[in-house]
Write a protein that binds this ligand. Structure first.
Ligand code: SF4
Length: 264
């Protein structure tokens, strides 16, 4: 549960299945991962992207061994304090793994609630305290809320509604069970009028460059080899960008640059 949530944070689920299966075969518990060097986690991360998540997962496993007896803590505050766990990830694990009651507010749920309650096509760029409070009211975080839904069922239902029906570009309002209560539909589906929405660039970015460099190091590491730094940098057209990205990878602890070359 923890591994799949962290892997799926910024990677489509279809790409997560293979690496997740391999990961769980190797490290079925936090204790199994914690005894490995961090580089092993980076190597197993493969091409899932945002590889700092592998290091955070390794740190979280170590923390669980140190403070929670090698178990995933069944406590929302303890989950939120783990490395790599944001509020969403902690709530998802708390809800799905332990049946806890917490708002699981992902991008899809934010969009549904913004349309149903605020009559806007898209929510603001980042989730506000008000959005979290409202999401908590929907799932009945207050003790004894009458008619509160079963938390994991509510979480998966609201996430799937956003992913499959209330989609960003073509919401299928005619199929939606909330249509008669939806403020955005009631207002005539007004188009988004806020600031430009962020689109994630890829080609030529530092993120792409880091991924390319790390992939070369990872493949060499699988054969027990280091990569000569100058040869590694020569594989990217922009030498300044390559140097900056290699320095960044080293600063993040994703690679080690030594006299024999670059390793995980
Ligand atoms: S009625 Fe349309 S806009 Fe409203 S929640 Fe359903 S799919 Fe989304």
């Amino acid at each position: 549960m923890v591994v799949s949530e962290i892997m799926a944070q910024q990677t489509p689920v279809a790409r997560v299945v293979g690496p997740w299966t391999t990961w769980m075969d190797h490290w079925p518990s936090p204790g199994h991962l914690a005894v490995e060097p961090p580089g092993a986690a980076v190597a197993a991360w493969g091409r899932l992207g945002y590889p700092r998540r592998a290091l955070r997962l390794h740190e979280a496993a170590s923390r669980m061994v140190e403070r929670h007896g090698g178990e995933v803590p069944a406590d929302l505050a303890a989950l939120e304090s783990l490395p790599g766990f944001g509020r969403y990830t902690a709530a998802a694990v708390f809800s799905f793994a332990f049946g806890g009651r917490a708002p699981v507010l992902d991008t899809n749920v934010r969009r549904v609630l913004a349309r149903v309650e605020d009559a806007v096509e898209f929510p603001p760029t980042s989730a506000s305290a008000g959005e979290w409070r409202r999401a908590g009211e929907w799932v009945g975080v207050l003790e004894g809320t009458p008619g509160a839904p079963e938390p994991a069922l509510w979480a998966v239902a609201s996430m799937e509604l956003g992913a499959l029906v209330c989609t960003a570009r073509t919401p299928a309002c005619a199929l939606c069970p909330l249509q008669s209560d939806c403020a955005w539909v009631g207002a005539g589906r007004p188009r988004y009028a806020g600031p430009p929405r962020r689109t994630q660039a890829w080609h030529g970015t530092d993120r792409q460059c880091r991924g390319v460099l790390l992939d070369v190091v990872r493949r060499a590491d699988a054969d027990g080899l280091a990569v000569d730094a100058s040869r590694l940098l020569a594989g990217w057209a922009d030498a300044d960008q390559a140097r900056r990205c290699l320095d960044g990878l080293a600063a993040d602890g994703l690679v080690r640059v030594g006299p024999d070359g670059v390793r995980l």
